[in-house]
Ligand binder design. Structure first.
Ligand code: NAG
Ligand code: NAG
Ligand code: NAG
Ligand code: NAG
Ligand code: NAG
Ligand code: NAG
Ligand code: NAG
Ligand code: NAG
Ligand code: NAG
Length: 367
């Protein structure tokens, strides 16, 4: 009886702790939602109720987050920390959020991201939003390490848009084998290299719009072809329609089925080609074949030039020979004498070798 009473009191206490709502937050038990929005918070508040499934701590002044911030929040599936000033995420910060499926860190200033920053127990994380989240391009190295070490094998969506990324380290996504959607729009990517997208075997959507791609080289095309199921967006890039663009234009014509905005892609440079459809750029004469003929001509010219130079060198050589004719004659005589001596020596030895008596003497001497 007493035990039961104690338990009831304990549960009531526990209930009151859980039912309470942190200062400056709004809690709705019915909606399993807690919101602490634009309240000038400097850190993640304590006392967030255990029923919480959707947790929004946005528009505050939080700078650093670590594992101590999110204890006992087993039921949180959606966590948004967007629009803070978070610059550092420690390893295992979210590890205790064992139901976490969606993590939004967009609009922050991540400069230091520890290797296991995004590890979540049970690999439950499905969506990670890092849109406009990196402080500058330098953070991409940390990011690549933590994408590798955070056990994100079940991640489905990754948003890396608006981050000023200049290049992607090779194999950056190679541990994201379940990723289906990858947003890379509004960065400053200038090229796609070997292994940029390796490991993305499940990818269905890749957004590369609003970058700095002037063309797509052989490596890039091969890399995009390695994602056969992915639909691509390539709009708003400064495509430059000079000779080198032809393979890309032909590839585009071939791949219209999966480049969702292929029909809208236009040349940005040179000025004379602006707004020309990229699909048409493959058929237009960009002066490539003419410049090919020019290259042939240049080759011929260089052969002629080489011939003239060789002829000139030959003439000089003959002239030198002529000037040295006496010395040369003497040398030739010397050489002839030397040859004769060698020849006679050889002849003599041959006669000895072919004399059976002498050879017998030799072998018997050996024996
Ligand atoms: C999570 O939710 C379940 C079911 O709604 C509840 O039984 C459990 O106590 C909650 N967890 C916490 C830590 O409150
Ligand atoms: C929670 O995240 C999922 C994606 O994982 C999303 O579909 C859902 O709308 C989110 N819910 C809320 C309340 O934000
Ligand atoms: C891990 O995830 C699986 C399915 O995703 C779920 O059935 C299981 O209960 C989870 N385990 C824990 C400890 O959350
Ligand atoms: C990520 O967050 C930004 C801004 O908060 C939002 O506009 C965008 O839709 C989100 N991305 C995804 C994939 O939900
Ligand atoms: C990024 O910011 C850090 C710290 O201010 C600075 O040291 C680094 O040079 C910056 N990197 C780039 C690419 O601007
Ligand atoms: C692209 O990102 C920059 C900042 O990184 C932002 O100022 C600009 O508005 C973005 N452009 C679009 C179209 O979203
Ligand atoms: C890219 O791969 C191709 C063949 O797969 C190879 O010939 C080329 O050298 C590679 N380029 C780089 C920069 O590794
Ligand atoms: C290109 O097209 C855009 C919109 O379709 C238009 O505003 C612009 O004037 C065009 N530029 C040229 C050089 O035709
Ligand atoms: C584009 O592809 C179509 C067939 O899909 C073909 O008829 C056309 O000639 C191609 N255009 C170019 C420029 O290769």
């Amino acid at each position: 009886m007493l035990g039961l009473a104690q338990r009831v009191v304990f549960c009531a206490l526990l209930g009151s702790v859980y039912a309470s709502c942190p200062q400056r937050c709004e809690c709705s038990e019915a909606a399993h939602t807690v919101k602490c929005v634009s309240r000038d918070l400097r850190s993640v508040p304590t006392g967030i109720p255990g029923y919480t499934r959707n947790l929004f701590i946005t528009g505050n002044q939080i700078r650093r987050i670590g594992p101590e911030c999110f204890k006992g929040l087993d039921n949180v599936t959606n966590l948004s920390l967007s629009n803070n000033r978070i610059s550092e995420v420690e390893s295992h910060t979210f590890a205790g959020l064992r139901s976490l499926r969606s993590l939004d860190l967009s609009n922050n200033q991540l400069a230091v991201v520890h290797p296991e920053a995004f590890t979540v127990q049970n690999q439950s994380l499905r969506d990670l939003n890092l849109s406009r989240a990196l402080y500058n391009h330098s953070s991409v190295t940390d990011l690549a390490t933590s994408l590798r070490w955070s056990s994100l094998g079940m991640l489905r969506g990754l948003d890396l848009s608006h981050n000023g990324l200049i290049y992607l380290p090779s194999h950056i996504f190679s541990h994201l084998g379940s990723l289906q959607r990858l947003q890379l729009s509004n960065n400053s990517l200038v090229a796609i290299h070997n292994s940029t997208f390796s490991g993305l075997d499940a990818l269905l959507e890749l957004d590369l719009s609003l970058n700095s791609l002037k063309t797509m080289g052989e490596e890039g095309l091969r890399e995009l072809d390695s994602l056969p199921r992915a639909h691509l967006l390539l709009g708003e890039n400064p495509f430059t329609c000079t000779c080198g663009i032809e393979p890309f234009a032909l590839w585009l014509n071939r791949s219209q089925g999966r480049v969702s905005d292929a029909r809208g892609l236009v040349c940005a440079f040179p000025a004379s080609m602006r707004n020309t459809s990229m699909l048409a750029a493959g058929t237009l004469t960009l002066g490539c074949h003419r410049s090919g003929a020019g290259a042939d001509l240049a080759l011929q010219t260089s052969y002629v030039f080489l011939g003239i130079v060789l002829g000139f060198v030959g003439l000089i050589f003959l002239f030198v020979l002529y000037l040295n004719r006496k010395g040369i004659k003497k040398r030739i005589n010397d050489l002839r004498d030397a040859c004769r001596e060698v020849w006679e020596g050889y002849h003599y030895r041959f006669e000895i070798d072919s004399d059976p008596r002498l050879s017998q003497v030799c072998t018997s001497a050996d024996a």
